[in-house]
Each structure stands twice: as C-alpha cells, then as structure tokens.
Design a protein around this ligand. Structure first.
Ligand code: URA
Length: 210
C-alpha cells in the first residue's frame, strides 16, 4: 500500500475550518469540495495517459490524453457524495459509479446497501471517495469489491484518517495495488469509532442530521 499525506498549508488551513464545530454546512460543503480538488491532484499523479499528436498555431508536437478505459470515481454513500464535485472538476472525463455502505454503530461492521458500478472493471483505475477513514472496515470492503470486479489499481481519497484505519486497510487489502491519499492523520479512534480530534460525523455535517 502506498500512503500520501498532504503536507500543504492550504490543506491544513481548510481542514482547520472544517474541524470547527461552528462552521455551517454551506461552508463545510464548499471546503470539502476544495480540499478534494487539492487531494485529487496528488491522487491522479499516476493516472494512465496515452500520447496524442497536436498541431499548435506554431508547430506540430505531441501531448497526452487520459487513456481508455477512463478512470472510475466511486463515492461511498452518503458522505463520499460530498466529495464528488471536487473530484470530477479535476477529472471531468472520469466515469462515476456508486457504492452505498453503512456501518453498524454497535459492531462497527460495514454492509453494502446499494451498488451501481460497471460489471467489468478490467484495466480500470478506480478512485474511491470516503471522507473519514475511521476503522477502515467499509473502505477495505469497497476496495476489495472493486478488485473483485477486475480493477487494476485503487486509490482512496480521504479527508481525515485514524492510524487504526490506515493499519486496517493495509492489512485487509494486502497484496493489492492500493494507494491512500489523505488530508491528515489524526490521533486515534474513540470508543464510538469517531476520529479524534476529527470533525464529527462528516455525513451529518454535509447534509444535516437524519
Ligand atoms: N465517520 C465520520 O463521519 N466521522 C468519524 O469521526 C468517523 C467515521
């Protein structure tokens, strides 16, 4: 597993505003989008490209275009949905699939309640969006799901992570080509499975209490 933790003052600044419990949902949503765009820049560093010929106004040259099949972006519902705009802004030609996962708040075990993905992910690079890497259970299950369908490599973008979650993803996806791109690594998980200091429940802060 490859691990990249953002080390940039703009990321830390935006994260500090996100963490503040007084930040309203409208600001929270806008900042998540901006943060994801910054993280997506790093996450797509190894995206597959193919050469193209170009004629500039001055001369013939060569460049690159994103290779086929295009990258697949997979937000994990519900909170990952808040990250989608920030990602597709940077990679507009990406396709988007959806995975709905929920964790049982007592056992902290993930279950899949919705899935809308291509059957065949052969040769696909996949980018999973999940803001909070807490226990790592649902993210690992989502990553494994994509590999089962044939994905070649999977990069997960998370805004915050707990060390326990990173270790779990490393253990549960061993032998797979997995990259984690994180805004920050926090201190620990509390007894309720929340990241400390964290930012609270990302889904609730994006979409209100349901
Ligand atoms: N999910 C969240 O939204 N927040 C946490 O701190 C942990 C999991």
């Amino acid at each position: 597993m490859r691990l990249h933790v953002a080390d940039h003052p703009l990321v830390t600044h935006k994260l500090s505003v996100l963490r503040n419990r007084d930040t309203p949902a409208v600001t929270f949503r806008a900042l998540v989008e901006e943060l994801v765009t910054l993280l997506a820049y790093e996450a797509t560093r190894n995206v597959h490209v193919t050469p193209v010929d170009i004629q500039t106004p001055v001369a013939a040259t060569t460049g690159v275009t994103l290779a086929d099949p295009k990258p697949l972006v997979v937000p994990i519902l519900r909170a990952g949905l808040g990250m989608l705009e920030g990602m597709v802004k940077l990679v507009p030609s990406a396709e988007v699939g959806f995975l709905g996962m929920v964790r049982n708040e007592e056992t902290l075990q993930p279950t899949t309640y919705a899935e809308r993905l291509p059957e065949d992910l052969s040769n696909r690079q996949c980018f999973v969006l999940d803001p909070m890497l807490a226990t790592g259970g649902s993210l690992s299950a989502a990553i494994e799901f994509l590999f089962q369908r044939g994905a070649v490599d999977v990069t997960a973008i998370c805004i915050l992570a707990a060390p326990e979650g990173i270790a779990a993803v490393e253990r549960l996806t061993e032998g797979r080509d997995v990259t984690l791109v994180l805004g920050a690594v926090d201190d620990h998980l509390n007894e309720h499975g929340y990241i400390v200091p964290g930012l609270g429940d990302a889904g609730d802060r994006l979409y209100g209490l349901v």
